[in-house]
Design a protein around this ligand. Sequence first.
Ligand SMILES: [Zn+2]
Length: 355
Amino acid sequence: MSRPAFAPDSCVVAEVTPSPNHGERKDGRRVDMIVLHYTGMSDAEAALERLKARGSEVSSHYFVFEDGRIMQLVQESRRAWHAGKSFWAGETDINSCSIGIEIANPGHDHGYPNFPKRQIAAVTALCRSIQTRNTIPPVRVVAHSDIAPARKQDPGEKFPWRTLHESGVGHWVKPAAIMDFGQALRLGDRGDAVAALQKSLGDYGYGVEASGEYDALTRDVVVAFQRHFRPERIDGIADPSTRSTLQELLATRGRPGPSPGGPLPLARARLRSLPLDCAAYRPHPCWGQSAGRPLRQNRKVAGEESPGSMDKRCRITSGGCESRDSATENRPPGSAFGRDAVRVKRCGKSAPRRR
Ligand SMILES: [Zn+2]
């Protein structure tokens, strides 16, 4: 077998298949963003070929197939060409400060199927792996449509941002319920309420001026916001649900939640510092099929069902297999199995052979 063109940045990568379409990160910019895309072509292989074709002038760092297989096309240290003309939080050269992930999905023009669970698990593991090498605030894990709302709609409203957030990737809040009353702002409106909406969207990162005029760009930005954060209704109308979801996002963006982004309590810091993609952590018979993959579980807490996520890893030590899990769901610190609990147990089984 021939040697890959470069060593993959993460061991969640199954294969390196280099694209020539990359350059230097401008002014030595460090990576502090992840941009998620869908391929938008009916054939995943054809989409991959395009990202690798000299002259196409497009690429991404990673490509995730429907079955969860991950390919790396461009080294993380290089500037891949995935974002195009875009804007987020004052930044216009998004390619220089981001990692781009293309997720195979035919997109809105070809039926827009759901994203398979295996594919989402792979995207989550990849993002978490990227987060171990780079400091990426949760609000800077974005959709292509967030940074180019007038041109793009990917990865679209079927992308499960909540699932990623519950596994420590990106920012998300439960969207406010849709009510058919209250003030709704829409295309053509003008005034202080429109300016306040635009300012809030701009404060979150979107590229819109507080002009007080609900123009086509403002509608496109509201559509992008809804695709990401209030996917139940995407109409470009800033209804009370859309506006209060935005306010909740602004109020929580600096807070540590299930996602990393603030100071971590010791136990969680220990878990997060585990080398998630290190060869020492690999599937072991004691975890069966779930080994090394994020698991979502529902457990009863104080009389109510609380959705959350757990990470389970196992490591081979001299004493046999040592497994750890940590709850990362929302629950009061100090409860019997609090959000920061890390449990370590030994099953004593001997190390499996390395493949
Ligand atoms: Zn895209």
